[in-house]
Write a protein that binds this ligand. Structure first.
Ligand code: ATP
Ligand code: MG
Length: 566
């Protein structure tokens, strides 16, 4: 069915049908003309024959002797005299005579076509007017030439048709290569183009198909170029949208999400998990589209803060939808809160020692306390609180410098063991006083690498200070140092009170103290670990905490040895 539908098959069939029709018409015309020709010729011959016989009969006159004349030599001749045959009948004569009747016996020509598989033309003539009795001459001739020529023509026609069919078929095969093949190639290439495969076709001819192929190749190139341009633009847009900090969502006027970047998608998915919040959000989206306005709102979700800006997309007074930009402002809100908390904390931390300083010095000045022992104790408290204030102010200065970036790092090659010796000397007294055992676990006498001496000293001070502060007499503090390839790992472990799990993530935050009442007594401000972790971060190092309440706490620090200092 498919091959019948092909162009070449159609062409092939059309040519065959046309040629066959022409041949049939030609054959029929030929047969008709040939038949007429044979009929006319035969009739003329018969006429001449009859004229000759008539002449002979008219000159003889004596019917009795007629049978002996040259007429006997004539074939296909019947002479009826008074309804009796004058000449002896051949079998054919008799057959023909039997087919005749009185109407066609006088001056007529007719054809019998079913005698011995042959056709005969019969011509009669009557000479009765010259004789006393009826005299009829009947002459006939076969028309086999007609049948022979018809079959001849038919054979020729069959042979011609056969040759023609073979010729047309060969022609069709030639056409197949020249027309169908390139068309099939074009069809395949067009399908490939629709699937995004742009393959150019070879132009093999200069005819219409060649031109079509050229046009197709050009179209292919243009499509490819345009698609690439569109894709490039789309990718660029995607790139811009996906690199945006904000979540971008686009809704149609029915509230259906049409487009979203990755950030927008994740925020919208989180939002969609709460049906009430989603409902509120979509109702805002629809409201904005309806009123053709814009709005900025804030909302909280899963401990995060978002700023949402809704804008209606309007063109030619028609609303197409709503664009929603969602910005995660959690960090900003956190910073805002931290700043206000920081001020509140600093004020609070400063207020307590100030009240103490003022109260105790007033008591001494007013002579309320006169006992030298008591006075001494009070002055000691004043000294401790001044130290604490001094410490707090120093820590605040350190933080302020680190935050502003004015506190430059001074990383250079230093001996870590030398630093440890320095720090150890400082804490010797405090350790002895509290009855805490200090163990240094190091493999080498010198561990040389790049670090800021002053800053790492601050780190050790803070960590050892904490370890002493949050341990009881009899506990042990272990300082372990190990070199590991291009890193140095050191840890400060104590057997003190430990830190509960719920506090472990937060103790590196500013002013975070585990237990206000306990730590206040121990004079902490909660800034130490924040400073420690900031310094470690600035050394591209890491700090980890392992702690179990009642068992002890370990702070483990890993620092890179090399900092590519020029
Ligand atoms: P600062 O160091 O500013 O004088 P601080 O010691 O209280 O005050 P951080 O050093 O930041 O502050 O410590 C934060 C909190 O972590 C402390 O209040 C304490 O509760 C807890 N903590 C720190 N180190 C230890 C430790 N070795 N053992 C038990 N708890 C600790
Ligand atoms: Mg501390």
């Amino acid at each position: 069915m498919r091959s019948l539908n092909s162009l070449v098959s159609k062409l092939w069939l059309t040519i065959i049908l046309m040629v066959t029709a022409v041949l049939i018409i030609l054959t029929l015309v030929l047969i008709f003309f040939f038949r007429s020709y044979v009929f006319n010729t035969t009739e003329t011959i018969l006429e001449e024959d009859i004229d000759r016989v008539e002449e002979m009969l008219l000159t003889e006159h004596d019917m009795g002797t007629l049978g002996n004349t040259s007429l006997l030599q004539e074939d296909n001749l019947i002479i009826l005299y008074d309804e009796d045959p004058l000449l002896p009948f051949s079998a054919l004569d008799e057959e023909i005579y039997n087919r005749m009747n009185t109407e066609n016996i006088t001056d007529t020509t007719f054809i019998i076509d079913d005698l011995y598989d042959s056709m005969y033309m019969i011509k009669t003539s009557s000479l009765t007017r010259y004789f006393e009795e009826d005299l009829h001459i009947i002459m006939y001739r076969d028309l086999d030439a007609v049948n022979q020529s018809i079959s001849g023509i038919t054979v020729i026609m069959f042979i011609t048709t056969g040759i023609l069919i073979i010729g047309t078929t060969i022609f069709a095969f030639l056409l197949l290569n020249r027309i169908t093949r390139p068309l099939i190639n074009l069809k395949t290439a067009a399908y490939n183009t629709s699937r995004g495969k742009y393959q150019p076709l070879e132009v093999r001819s200069r005819d219409e198909i060649g031109e079509l192929t050229l046009a197709f190749n050009k179209m292919n190139r243009d499509i490819k170029k345009n698609i690439e341009a569109v894709l490039h633009e789309k990718n660029l847009r995607e790139e811009i949208f996906s690199s945006m900090e904000e979540g971008v969502l686009y809704f149609d006027t029915d509230g259906e999400l049409i487009y979203s970047n990755a950030k927008g998608k994740s925020i919208y998915a989180a939002l969609s998990s709460n049906s009430h919040e989603k409902e509120m959000f979509i109702s805002n989206v629809l409201d904005i589209a309806e009123t053709k306005t814009s709005r900025i709102e804030r909302f909280n979700m899963l401990n995060s803060h978002y700023q949402v800006s809704y804008t209606a997309v309007v063109s030619d007074n028609r609303t197409y939808g709503t664009i929603v930009l969602i910005r995660d402002i959690t960090e900003m809100v956190k910073t805002e809160t931290m700043r206000s908390d920081f001020i509140a904390n600093v004020s609070h931390e400063l207020k307590t020692p100030m009240v103490m300083l003022s109260g105790y010095s007033e008591a001494i000045l007013d002579g309320i306390v006169t006992e030298p022992g008591e006075v001494r104790e009070m002055i000691k408290i004043i000294k401790d609180e001044s130290d604490r204030m001094n410490n707090l102010v120093n820590e605040l200065i350190t933080i302020a410098r680190m935050d502003s970036g004015s506190d430059l790092m001074n990383i250079e090659g230093n001996d870590f063991m030398y630093l440890l010796e320095d720090v150890g000397l400082k804490f010797k007294h405090a350790l002895n006083e509290k009855g805490i055992k200090f163990v240094l676990d190091a493999e080498k006498e010198s561990v040389y690498f790049d670090f800021d001496y002053g800053k790492i000293e601050q780190v050790l001070n803070n960590l050892i200070d904490n370890a002493i502060r949050y341990t009881e007499p009899g506990d042990k503090i272990t300082l372990k140092v190990r070199e590991e390839g291009d890193h140095v790992r050191f840890s400060i472990a104590d057997t003190g009170i430990g830190i509960k799990k719920e506090h472990q993530d937060r103790i590196f935050e500013r002013f975070y103290k585990v237990d206000e009442s306990r730590t206040r007594g121990k004079h902490g401000t909660g800034l130490g670990l924040y400073i420690v972790s900031s310094i470690i971060k600035r050394h591209q190092g890491t700090i980890d905490l392992h702690s179990e309440p009642g068992v002890g706490t370990t702070f483990e620090i890993v620092l890179p040895k090399n900092h590519n200092i020029d």
